[in-house]
Write a protein that binds this ligand. Structure first.
Ligand code: NAP
Ligand code: ZN
Length: 353
């Protein structure tokens, strides 16, 4: 198979800082779209993966190139491509392929396909190695996994929608977030701040739970009706038994039982945050009130397009801090301190020639 060497930014081991390196991208096949990457968001999953923190479920293969919040311009399309042409503004999220034949794919739920191919860290049938993500100058993707990006919203602020956006939008749609519903968002980071924007746009009463007093004013500006400092037991107690739905967007160990207690009868707590270690669950918190606890991964391709179109209509983008590739390692350290307002996005033009 014909290959092209391109510049990228990645890690050689769990302990090493990320650095510039070269990787191979395949030449376009008839179904493929080649994309010059303009912006790539930094998801906390990139950090978990680069440092091999998910070794039990998804051991990292090095060198690794993270990045699954990609916005760029089409530079070339394969002979059978019908949806895109050179010059189009497009996006790529966490998925670059699936088998297209399993029951999940047929229902448009590629995120549950047993043979899905993640944008980084999956076996790459084209190169024989692993897939490399968006911290790079270009990528080649099957057109079925490429999204149309509306031209009327800021492309750097769109990048985080491809993961943080769909990961919060999808469970809210599934659990019928809307007018008359009381919705909690736990953790005001990249995912959480998108969760607040969507819950508000969908018409819910939104309560943010944060460990960071410095984020209270921002939470309100982003759309929260109320903000609770989660370390304050008295403030938490005021919301006992009152939520229809809570979305937990926390990246580290924390007590989910404290949130299960805040659900009302038949309420649901969905985990999208994916901490390194298991979280203990007290059975009685769920039993009294017939509450449910679930998880949710990203979203399917059709729903991701629906989410992007919803964002264009409601003028929703992420609040970002634009950095160069040289800032990636520092950005990771700041993520660990919850010091981000509210998504780092890399300007990919800063890769050195
Ligand atoms: P992030 O920007 O780092 O935000 C995480 C937030 O969690 C922090 O800003 C902080 O909010 C809160 N937090 C951090 N440490 C905490 C602690 N020890 N106790 C309580 N709260 C704490 O991360 P992200 O990119 O939004 O990702 C969040 C998680 O979702 C990660 O684990 C990521 O891997 C996962 N994820 C899952 C999916 C999926 O498909 N399910 C997709 C993308 C990401 P406050 O300052 O407000 O407390
Ligand atoms: Zn992500």
């Amino acid at each position: 198979m014909e290959m092209k060497e391109v510049k990228a930014f990645g890690a050689q081991s769990a302990e090493a800082p990320l650095n510039q390196l070269n990787i191979n991208r395949r030449a376009v096949t008839p179904q493929d779209v080649a994309i010059e990457i303009l912006y790539c968001g930094i998801c906390h999953s990139d950090l978990h993966y680069a440092r091999n923190e998910w070794s039990d479920v998804m051991p990292t293969v090095y060198p690794c190139v993270p990045g699954h919040e990609i916005v760029g311009r089409v530079t070339e399309v394969g002979s059978a491509v019908t949806k895109f042409k050179a010059g189009d503004l497009v996006g790529v999220g966490c998925l670059v392929d699936s088998d297209q034949s399993c029951p999940d794919c047929q229902e448009g739920f590629e995120q549950f396909c047993p043979n899905m191919v993640l944008t980084y860290g999956s076996a790459d049938k084209h190169t024989g190695g692993v897939t490399y993500g968006g911290y790079s100058e270009s990528i080649v993707v099957d057109e079925k996994f490429v999204l149309r990006v509306p031209e009327n919203i800021d492309p750097a602020g769109v990048a985080p929608l491809l993961c943080a956006g769909i990961t919060t939008y999808s469970p809210m749609k599934h659990w019928n977030v809307g007018p008359g519903k009381k919705v909690g968002i736990v953790g005001l980071g990249g995912l959480g701040h998108m969760g607040v924007k969507f819950a508000k746009a969908l018409g819910a009463h939104v309560v943010v739970f944060t460990t960071s007093p410095s984020k209270v004013e921002d939470a309100k500006r982003l759309g929260a009706d109320e903000v609770v400092i989660s370390k304050n037991a008295e403030e938490m107690q005021k919301h006992f038994g009152s939520f229809d739905f809570i979305l937990d967007c926390v990246s580290a160990q924390h007590d989910i039982n404290a949130y299960i207690m805040l659900l009302k009868r038949d309420g649901n707590l969905t985990l999208v945050g994916a901490p390194e270690k298991p979280l203990p669950v007290a059975a009685f918190g769920l039993i009294f009130g017939r509450k449910s606890l679930s998880g949710s991964p990203i979203g399917g391709i059709a729903e991701t397009q629906e989410m992007l179109d919803f964002c264009a209509e409601h003028n929703i983008t992420a609040d970002i801090e634009l950095i160069g590739v040289d800032g990636v390692n520092e950005a990771y350290e700041r993520l660990l301190k919850s010091d981000i307002k509210y998504r780092f996005v890399i300007d990919m033009a800063t890769l050195k020639s």
